[in-house]
Design a protein. Sequence first.
Length: 201
Amino acid sequence: MIKNIIFDLGNVLLKFQPSEFLLRFTNDVEYIDQFVPKIFSSTVWMELDRGTISIEDAKNDFISQYPKEEDFLTLFFNLWMEMLTPIDKNIEILKDVRALGYKTYILSNYIKEAYTYIEKKYNIFTLFDGQIISGFEKTIKPEKAIYLELLNRFCLIPEESLFIDDVLFYLKPAKKLGMKTIWNKPETDLREELRKFDILI
Ligand SMILES: [Mg+2]
């Protein structure tokens, strides 16, 4: 029986759609198509997630790598956190499962500074019994250590725990540890998926 429901943040509870966001500032689709993976798939961004460098250092690193793009990089670093807005239908689900008595947690790769920003901006963080945020833990999904940290810190039994993430790759270690999982794709009806685990919302 499921007792604990664990949510990822990006594209589960908060939007993370860099291309869509950046196209507000330029019409140059080709430029954005090369800019987004260059930033978000970089080792620098991974180190940000891991909490081993600061945003300021990351920004300076990118500017020294791509000096011609300094203006856009500066604009990007000034504004990117604005794209982190709540996904209302899933926040409703979070509230509903809590009302049914389920314990709720966060397990997310998230940059320290971005987490601090959203924590101040949105009042959803009282809706959890605990949270594991990569930037504070110095370990990131899909490393086994971050899943074990979640289970150990909050004394969760894997078989009673259901983890929801939009990245399939991040569900595998959870499954291996005995947790149940839901892959939250853009077209997923999360309510319907939860009902499959007898969570009657
Ligand atoms: Mg995500």
